[in-house]
Design a protein around this ligand. Structure first.
Ligand code: ADP
Ligand code: MG
Length: 323
């Protein structure tokens, strides 16, 4: 089967948006933006053996690549619109391609994100997804907008990504119910798109937690030139994480990656609005700290436990090429 037949068979979805002038099949995709909209663009690459186990099921891989990529749109408050896909495949494996594309296109439909193009090559399995979202030209959640006096909040629970990885690597045992939950959290993290879109006009700074809470909060602290005080007792933990020793659960919550929740800072006057969203079931979120003026030259994240300084684990999240 040729590359073009393969694309036509697996990666040519029906049209989804009126704003898509040209989708898969030409040299470029062509899309239209309304006058008051801006395009938000983000890309992620997942490499077999590095970001997911070599033997992972194709449907799970598709879910993971889609969810991790679209999470960046959530962080800026954008609404998903388009996806482009770079696919490097070792062989043309039809059952694999059928399961992968069905899973991916299903998620595309769920999130209103239309596959409009890509590139297909032969080589070791690797998948790159680029998402394109739209955001109002008046607002955009960003890392550099935290202000002293803001409260720090986080959506959902933390540490599940690391717990799931420990389970999949056989490093940690969980009971049956927790196993199912963690498998879901690993292969289908729930990108906080709805939360991001609702926070757009209320939060100051936001970031999605992909490398670990401490590492990602450090990005907000540095970009905003503020210090962040994190209250360790407030870290929201799932029942699965509560089933392991607290010190381990906290380490996962602070330094484990792949949670894909949103951390955001709020003027205290905006807290009732967020509490209203929570009551309406639009998001789950909890306060975990506050933003303060920088005490030294370097903007820093400080941890506190019962009001006392608490030393955080030294490894602050995952970085490629780190020594
Ligand atoms: P070109 O040679 O002009 O770069 P390609 O042969 O790479 O074009 O791709 C042909 C068409 O198929 C293009 O519209 C491209 O965007 C699309 N395409 C290629 N690979 C994929 C893929 N994995 N998913 C979706 N669309 C794809
Ligand atoms: Mg061309």
């Amino acid at each position: 089967m040729t590359e073009f037949a393969l694309i036509g068979r697996y990666f040519q979805p029906p049209p989804m948006h009126a704003e898509t002038i040209k989708g898969v099949g030409d040299d470029c995709a062509l899309v239209e933006l309304a006058a008051h909209q801006r395009l938000a663009v983000s890309m992620d690459t997942l490499v077999a053996g590095r970001h997911f186990p070599d033997a992972a099921a194709p449907a799970d891989i598709a879910r993971r690549v889609f969810c991790t990529t679209i999470s960046d749109l959530a962080a800026v408050g954008a609404e998903p619109r388009w996806l482009t896909l770079g696919l490097t495949l070792p062989t043309v494996d039809h059952p694999w391609l059928a399961a992968f594309s069905q899973s991916l296109l299903g998620l595309c439909a769920d999130y209103g994100c239309e596959l409009i193009g890509g590139d297909t090559t032969q080589g070791p399995l690797s998948i790159t997804a680029q998402v394109h979202g739209v955001v109002s030209s008046e607002a955009f959640l960003r890392r550099d907008a935290a202000r002293p006096g803001d409260q720090l909040w986080v959506t959902g629970t933390l540490g599940d990504g690391a717990a799931a990885l420990a389970m999949l690597q056989g490093a940690c045992d969980f009971s049956g119910a927790h196993q199912g939950y963690l498998h879901q959290r690993f292969y289908c993290p729930r990108p906080q798109i709805i939360a991001g879109m609702h926070l757009l006009h209320h939060a100051h700074a936001a970031i999605d937690i992909s490398d670990g809470l401490l590492a990602d909060l450090q990005h907000i602290a540095t970009a905003s030139a503020v210090d962040i005080h994190l209250d360790i007792q407030c870290l929201p933990l799932s029942d699965a994480c509560r089933s392991v020793p607290l010190a381990l659960a906290r380490q996962w919550a602070l330094t484990g990656g792949d949670d894909y929740q949103l951390a955001f800072t709020l003027d205290p006057a905006q807290v009732p609005k967020v509490e209203h969203f929570i009551r309406q079931g639009i998001m789950t979120a909890a306060p975990i700290g506050r933003v303060v003026p920088p005490a030294e030259d370097q903007s820093t994240v400080h941890c506190y436990l019962q009001g006392r300084p608490w030393s955080a684990p030294s490894r602050r999240g995952y970085q490629h090429f780190a020594p």
